[in-house]
Ligand binder design. Structure first.
Ligand code: NDP
Ligand code: MG
Ligand code: MG
Length: 341
């Protein structure tokens, strides 16, 4: 059984005496910063010159500084810019200004695991990675709940890195739901695998193929949308509540029998082999290199793929149908997805 932490296992006061700089105020950054502040931690935000996020942070009453100035006064520096820019921000603005013995906090292990950031030997290096999107990390906290986190220490120069890591996990609400002890390697490789094979890549492709098969066979796109995309949430909610068994209990016997006979026919053993190949590319750094090299070249492959995804017919059908379902709120704002913030 994994080693788990809950609120009682952590002491918030470890963090309450320290100055924390959160670098980046995006999906995770805003959630960590606001949850830390509400947990009584002294937070400032570090952003680049001309940052689009500055106004949002200031509207919440947070102090915004340049990355260099925020880092200079901080005992704990939380790196929550996008993974592909972290090594530049680290080299240019964090490393030259970091207090000796400061703690570096990551929300994902990518840059440490693949060697893009190599911290000084006197720094504590920890990770508190929420297992959910940033907007939920904030919403759940505000509602008195929390998103589970996984917690790791890569470097414990001070001998107190675990105390800070647990206090941090508690301060953002993660230990209300539970924290699991992990390593940077396990977090990075499983996170990339999960998002690529199952959660984002796998689920999106499954939904799009389902929609294509039905519409190409002449069925109405609106019916195909409800069937292959909208209902997915209802099924997944049942799985979260009671495992795969609960969704099989709730659906009709017809659906359950179809699940058993057709599931393995659609997702056959070749899919498992493909997943193993995806995992291998993650483990040996092939995926990381492809992503970072493309980003460094101005992201031509990323932009082409993003455009291709956005032009899939399911998106047009979905936009129309969602606008007719008043309870579905696109509170992030559709323009954000299109611009790809
Ligand atoms: P976002 O893309 O949402 O973060 C963008 C923020 O970083 C913005 O405030 C942006 O400012 C700022 N930023 C961008 N470039 C720089 C720079 N050069 N200097 C200073 N600030 C900069 O990131 P995420 O929250 O998605 O990801 C942050 C980390 O959290 C990553 O390591 C990610 O893997 C991890 N993570 C993310 C999850 C998620 O839910 N998204 C889930 C779990 C982990 P501006 O507004 O000016 O562009
Ligand atoms: Mg993840
Ligand atoms: Mg991820």
């Amino acid at each position: 059984m994994a080693e788990m932490f809950y609120d009682d296992d952590a002491d918030l006061s470890v963090l309450q005496g320290k100055k924390v700089a959160v670098i980046g105020y995006g999906s995770q950054g805003h959630a960590h910063a606001l949850n830390l502040r509400d947990s009584g931690v002294d937070v400032r935000i570090g952003l680049a010159e001309g940052s689009r996020s500055k106004e949002k942070a200031e509207a919440e009453g947070l102090t915004v500084r340049s990355v260099a100035d925020a880092v200079k006064e901080a005992d704990v520096v939380v790196i929550l810019t996008p993974d592909q820019v972290q090594r530049h921000v680290y080299t240019d603005d964090i490393k030259p200004n970091l207090k000796p013995g400061a703690t570096l906090v990551f929300g994902h292990g990518f840059n440490i695991r693949f060697g893009y950031i190599k911290p000084e030997a006197d720094a504590d290096v920890i990770m508190v990675a929420p297992k959910g999107p940033g907007h939920l990390v904030r919403r759940e906290f505000s509602d008195g709940r929390g998103v589970p986190v996984i917690v790791a220490v890569e470097q414990d120069a001070s001998g107190h890195a675990w105390d800070v890591a647990k206090a941090y996990a508690k301060a953002i609400g993660g230990l209300r739901a539970g924290g699991i002890k992990t390593t940077f390697t396990e977090e990075t490789e499983t996170d990339l695998f999960g998002e690529q094979a199952v959660l984002c890549g796998g689920a999106s492709q499954l939904v799009m193929y389902g929609f294509e098969v039905l519409t190409e066979a002449g069925y109405q796109p609106e019916v195909a949308y409800f069937e292959c995309l909208h209902e997915l949430k209802l099924i997944v909610d049942l799985m979260i509540e009671g495992g795969i068994a609960k969704q099989r209990w709730s659906i009709s016997d017809t659906a359950e029998f179809g699940d058993y006979v057709s599931g393995p026919r659609v997702i056959d053993p070749r899919v498992k082999e493909n997943m193993q190949a995806v995992l291998k590319d993650i483990q040996d750094g092939t995926f990381a290199k492809r992503f970072i090299d493309d980003q460094d070249a101005g992201a031509p492959e990323f932009k082409r793929l993003r455009e291709k995804g956005a032009s899939h017919p399911i998106e047009e059908t979905g936009r129309k149908l969602r606008s007719l379902m008043s309870w579905i709120k696109d509170d992030k704002g559709t323009s954000d997805y299109v611009e790809g913030s």
